[in-house]
Write a protein that binds this ligand. Structure first.
Ligand SMILES: [Zn+2]
Length: 217
């Protein structure tokens, strides 16, 4: 009798522990990671060219992805001339600049898969990685050379102009590759949908193929 009571208690304790929500109140949520001013990504200046790939589908079960794609690509409408005009990537939430790379060629229009250390290879992107209060990270890839505004270890509140969108590294045209990373899990997707994850990490996810909102958490 006593043992079965103990077992019951143990079982209910386990359930109680499992019932604790995985999402804490300290969870970081993101705004759209670029400027939405009228001459920037506003007025249709940027479009989603690829979502994260879920083995042939995007989070919404559509086909806006390519094989093995780990983040979201926001492309500049107007290509290199819009890039030369200048479009600002912005940090999607408050955090610290954990790492950054700069100085690589930023007008790539092809990707040399066979020679990843060449200009326009896999390992020649200019980028910024930010770490947020909940331990998650956001990554801003393919940045325009010598436009980064802050040094490593700088703490920023949400929505600073951190660098201009470019086409460095494995990139076929000017776009921001935005990636979301979770401790003890790895690369995740900020979008929620029927073929993706159940929880959005955007303050306002927006419509499919539209852009997320610009409200900071
Ligand atoms: Zn990408």
């Amino acid at each position: 009798m006593k043992i079965s009571m103990m077992k019951k208690l143990t079982v209910s304790l386990v359930f109680a522990l499992l019932a604790v929500p995985a999402v804490s109140s300290a969870q970081t949520f993101f705004r759209f990671p670029a400027s939405q001013l009228g001459d920037q990504c506003g007025n249709g200046g940027c479009v989603v060219s690829a979502y994260k790939d879920y083995g042939g589908r995007d989070y919404a079960c559509g086909g806006v992805r390519y094989s093995g794609h780990t983040g979201i690509d926001y492309a500049l409408v107007g290509g290199f001339s819009k890039m030369d005009y200048g479009v600002w990537a912005m940090n999607a939430a408050s955090g610290v600049i954990e790492s950054s790379v700069d100085g690589y060629f930023d007008r790539c229009n092809y990707w040399d898969q066979g020679n990843p250390y060449a200009a326009c290879g896999l390992y020649t992107a200019n980028y910024i990685i930010m770490r947020h209060a909940d331990g998650t990270k956001t990554k801003y890839w393919h940045l325009k050379a010598y436009t980064q505004q802050f040094a490593r270890n700088t703490s920023l509140s949400c929505a600073y102009w951190i660098a201009r969108v470019g086409s460095s590294g494995a990139s076929t045209g000017p776009h921001l590759h935005f990636e979301y990373w979770v401790p003890n899990y790895g690369i995740d997707d900020p979008y929620a949908g029927p073929c993706g994850t159940p929880y959005t990490r955007w303050t306002s996810q927006g419509a499919y193929r539209g852009l997320p909102g610009i409200a900071c958490q």
